[in-house]
Design a protein around this ligand. Structure first.
Ligand code: KIV
Ligand code: ZN
Length: 439
């Protein structure tokens, strides 16, 4: 166990974020077409990327990282097609990623020329591990100078494409594994060059590139940066969490409580290794607390269908909100409680009661995201009698008197046991009919 590093110390004993709640949506940026695409065993074709881009616009993303145009011709051509075919809606800003390397930055400017607005996202890795291994023992100064040179070049090139409004984004890649004072030094050096103002802010993106620590420590780091960065009112602080510890959503939510303004992520969490932050989760978690996120997931199944087709990935059955099974109750006591909650809600509609969604076991109304109540209750040998009555009533209009529930319930469970699987509503109706035909 001595092989692994201990947790880093908690940096902020006087942190304020534990008292916060999320009460508004951040700026969202989809990185599906870049971080998501680069992690696909078979990357999307240009046509597939175009279809995904249109989907992201329909969902409501106003910032979309469309690729790394200096890295490959297909990436470059995709960017050019978006611009030359006028496919970018007025209110959508494209973002492109580039390392802080001169020839790549120059090529990126060729790619974005003509767009109305573009976020040029420069990055270099900053952690001690990356400095030692990736940059061959580079010093802090050498790494900081990469950031400075990159920002200076973007500043020099921006006026050469006057029809395009250029916004700078800087990422100290591997931020969450970097000494805070050094991450701050790199970011502040870039801020000094770009000179953002509240009217023309720049984006400081603080990547949780590989999650090395728990979400609370990540949030402490975000809070600390927010307190110490220069020109805070001229900055948009952005989160970019991955999911190596399975805590991408928690790290983002706590990061927002710690003061971040913007969130980068992907649909259904696609991305390198364990994936990027799943924006569907964070946004729908907010919806569940009545926050308007500006993202439209009212037809999640069709969004999922496009995603699965163009990425050739699958969404797991237990995926929050989108998974096949997540609005299905197998336990009888859960089924009873859901039925009571739904019935109560139906009775209260049109009354003066507070109609905030409050159905046991269902954090949101599945219908709000295009899922249906039909799938909520299934019957297998573990279900309670209330579930059988519910199916007969809801699916077939048969309102059984309470006294019949035990007998009908037993017949149905025995049948489910016999067949070794759950029964469909039609099989339940048939078994019910047979029970009384034989009486
Ligand atoms: O995960 C990461 O650090 C990145 C950067 C390039 C922003 O994707
Ligand atoms: Zn990433």
């Amino acid at each position: 166990i001595a092989k692994y590093r201990p947790f880093p110390p908690v940096t902020l004993p006087d942190r304020t974020w534990p008292d916060q709640v999320i009460d508004h949506a951040p700026i969202w940026c989809s990185v599906d077409l870049r971080d998501g695409n680069q992690a696909l065993p078979q990357p999307m074709s240009i046509e597939e990327k175009l279809e995904f881009f249109d989907l992201l616009c329909r969902v409501g993303f106003k910032q979309i990282e469309i690729g790394f145009p200096s890295a490959a011709d297909t990436e470059f051509n995709f960017c050019r097609r978006l611009i030359e075919e006028n496919r970018i809606p007025e209110d959508v800003t494209i973002q492109i990623l580039v390392q802080t390397r001169e020839h790549l930055i120059r090529r990126s400017f060729d790619a974005i020329a003509g767009a109305k607005r573009a976020i040029v996202h420069i990055y270099n890795s900053t952690s001690p591990l990356q400095r030692r291994v990736t940059f061959n023992h580079a010093s802090r100064e050498q790494i900081r100078d990469l950031a400075i040179a990159g920002a200076e070049l973007v500043k020099e090139l921006a006026p050469t494409i006057p029809q395009t409004e250029v916004v700078l984004q800087y990422s100290p890649e591997s931020f969450s594994d970097t000494e805070l004072d050094f991450a701050l030094e790199c970011c502040n050096s870039v801020i000094d060059i770009w000179q953002p103002t509240p009217e023309n802010p720049m984006i400081i993106n603080l990547p949780d590139t590989v999650q090395w620590t728990t979400p609370n420590i990540h949030a402490d780091m975000i809070e600390w940066m927010g307190r110490h960065l220069k020109s805070r009112d001229a900055l948009i602080i952005s989160l970019h969490t991955h999911n190596d510890r399975g805590t991408g959503t928690a790290a983002t939510e706590l990061g927002l409580m710690a003061g971040a303004d913007r969130v980068e992520g992907t649909l259904f969490g696609n991305g390198e290794r364990t994936g990027n932050l799943d924006i569907v989760n964070v946004a729908l978690n907010m919806n569940g607390h009545g926050i308007d996120t500006g993202l439209d997931f009212s037809d999640l199944p069709s969004i999922r269908a496009v995603y699965e087709r163009v990425t050739r990935m699958t969404v797991g059955e237990r995926h929050p909100y989108a998974g096949e099974l997540v609005f299905t109750a197998f336990s009888g006591s859960h089924q009873d409680a859901i039925k009571k909650g739904l019935d109560l809600r139906e009775r209260e509609i049109g009354t003066t009661h507070n109609l905030a969604w409050a159905v046991p076991y269902l954090t949101i109304d599945p219908q709000d995201i295009g899922r249906s109540y039909e799938a909520i209750i299934r019957i297998n040998s573990q279900s309670g009698k209330g579930g059988v009555a519910y199916i007969l009533d809801r699916e077939h209009g048969l309102d059984l008197p309470k006294t019949m529930h035990p007998q009908v319930g037993k017949t149905i469970y025995d049948l489910a046991d016999q067949r070794g699987r759950e029964l469909t509503p039609d099989e339940i109706r048939d078994a019910f009919a047979e029970l009384f035909t034989n009486v």
